[in-house]
Design a protein. Structure first.
Length: 391
C-alpha cells in the first residue's frame, strides 16, 4: 500500500459523526444541516434544460482537453469577468469539480524527490492537505486568523522552508472565513513564486458569491506561475454536476493536460456542454447572490447576538466565535454538540477545519455556519442558537 495513505487525516464530517455519536436530537424537529457547504438553492432551469438537450452525448467518450463549446464559454466568462483574453485551446481544461482538479494538480506538479513543501491556509479546505501528502510533499500550515483579517500570513514561513516550497494553495474568497485577497496580496506572493520557483494554485469556487465588489481573481495576475480553479458548484448551485475548470499558463497546462490524459477524470460531454450554457448565463448567478445576501442580512445580526461574527466579503459561511465568557467556554465542539442535541441543527466545529501548528489550532473556538438552506430554515436555525443562549 502507499504509505502516504496512513498520513491522511480523518475528514471533518467523520469527526463530526464521532462528536454526535450517541446524541439523540429532538425527534419532532427537522434536521437543519449548516455543517456542510452544499448549496441548496434550486438548480437553474437553463442548466437542467441543457443537460436534457445533450443527453445523446452519453454515447461518446468526453475529450480530456474540453469540448470546443466548453472552452469557448469559459474563455468568454473569463473575459467578461476579469477582462483577460485567454487562449482557450491551451489555457483551460475541464475538471470534474474543482475538488478533483485541486487534488490532481499537485500530483502532476510536485517533484517528490526533493523534500517538497506545500503551503496551505489554516483553517483550510481539506483537499489541499490530502493532495500535498499524496504527492509526497510536506504540508506547511499558514495561519489565516482574525489578526491578519483572515488572510494568509506568509511571514511565519521560515527562511529555510521557502526554497523547498513547490506549491502554494490559496483560497479566495476563503473557506471558512470568506476573506478576499487583494491584487497586492497576490503580487507579493507571485514575487516569492518567482524567487523560489513555485506554483500558486488559487482556489476560487466562491468567486461569484460576494457582498459588494466582485473579488479580485488569480487570473488577473496574468502571472505564469498562477493556476486557478473555479467551478459551477457554488456559482450555479450545482454541486452534483461535478463541473469546473483549471486555468493556467500554456506551458504549465501542457503538463497538467498530459497528467489528465492518464488521470482520466474528464467530465462527461453532457456535463461539459451543459456547463458551457451555465458559464454563459449570468441571470441565475445574480439571483443566487441575491439570495445569499438576503440570508446574511437577516441571519448575521441574529447569530451575532450569541456568537460574534461578521458578514464576510465572499462565500456563504458565517465564521462565528464562541465567546470564552459563554457557558461553552470558547469550545466549538461543546457548542456544536449542544446545538445538535437541543435543536437538531448541525454546525461544523472550526477545530476540524484546521491543524494545530506552533501549539495552536487557529480554527478552535469558531464554528462554521453554512447559510445554504432557504431563508426561513436559516432563520429557524439562527433562532435556535439564540434560544440556546437563554437556557
Ligand atoms: C474552498 C473549496 N474549494 C473547492 C471545493 C470543491 O468544490 P467542487 O464542488 O467544485 O469540487 C469546495 C467545496 O466545498 C470548497 O469549499
Amino acid at each position: 500500500m502507499n504509505p502516504a495513505l496512513g498520513l491522511l487525516h480523518p475528514y471533518p464530517f467523520e469527526r463530526l459523526r464521532s462528536l454526535f455519536a450517541g446524541v439523540m436530537p429532538p425527534a419532532d424537529l427537522p434536521h437543519i444541516n449548516m455543517g456542510i457547504g452544499e448549496p441548496q438553492h434550486p438548480t437553474p432551469k437553463v442548466l437542467l434544460d441543457a443537460i436534457h438537450a445533450n443527453l445523446g452525448l452519453l454515447s461518446k467518450y468526453p475529450p480530456t482537453g474540453g469540448t470546443p463549446e466548453f472552452l469557448t464559454a469559459v474563455a468568454g466568462w473569463i473575459h467578461r469577468r476579469y477582462g483577460v483574453e485567454v487562449d482557450s485551446s491551451r489555457q483551460i481544461l475541464p475538471v470534474s469539480g474543482s475538488r478533483e482538479g485541486l487534488f490532481a494538480v499537485a500530483q502532476a506538479i510536485i517533484d517528490p524527490s526533493t523534500r517538497p513543501v506545500v503551503l496551505l491556509p489554516n483553517p483550510f479546505y481539506q483537499i489541499y492537505e490530502g493532495a500535498a501528502i499524496m504527492s509526497g510533499a510536506e504540508p506547511f500550515y499558514v495561519p489565516t486568523v482574525a489578526g491578519t483579517q483572515f488572510l494568509p500570513d506568509f511571514s511565519v514561513v521560515p527562511a529555510e522552508v521557502w526554497p523547498r516550497v513547490q506549491l502554494v494553495y490559496l483560497c479566495s474568497p476563503g473557506n471558512p472565513t470568506g476573506a478576499v485577497m487583494s491584487s497586492e496580496h497576490y503580487k507579493s506572493l507571485t514575487q516569492l513564486a518567482d524567487e523560489f520557483d513555485f506554483l500558486i494554485v488559487s482556489d476560487e469556487p466562491y468567486s461569484e458569491l460576494y457582498q459588494s465588489e466582485p473579488p479580485y481573481g488569480g487570473i488577473q495576475t496574468q502571472h505564469p506561475r498562477v493556476v486557478v480553479l473555479n467551478s459551477l458548484s457554488k456559482r450555479s448551485s450545482a454541486p452534483g454536476l461535478r463541473s469546473g475548470f483549471i486555468f493556467g499558463a500554456p506551458d504549465v497546462m501542457d503538463k497538467i493536460r498530459l497528467h489528465r490524459t492518464y488521470h482520466g477524470a474528464a467530465p462527461s460531454s453532457v456535463v461539459q456542454q451543459a456547463s458551457a450554457v451555465a458559464w454563459s448565463h449570468e441571470a441565475h448567478v445574480d439571483e443566487n447572490r441575491r439570495l445569499y445576501r438576503e440570508k446574511f442580512e437577516v441571519c448575521q445580526p441574529m447569530v451575532n447576538q450569541v456568537l460574534p461574527c461578521e458578514i464576510p466579503a465572499g462565500g456563504f459561511f458565517l465564521w462565528a466565535k464562541i465567546p470564552e465568557s459563554s457557558r461553552w467556554a470558547g469550545s466549538d465542539e461543546t457548542f456544536a454538540r449542544e446545538l445538535y442535541a437541543t435543536a437538531n441543527v448541525t454546525v461544523l466545529p472550526g477545530t476540524y477545519l484546521a491543524r494545530e501548528a506552533n501549539g495552536q489550532n487557529p480554527g478552535a473556538g469558531y464554528v462554521r455556519i453554512a447559510l445554504v438552506a432557504d431563508l426561513a430554515t436559516c432563520v429557524r436555525a439562527a433562532d435556535a442558537m439564540r434560544e440556546l443562549e437563554k437556557n
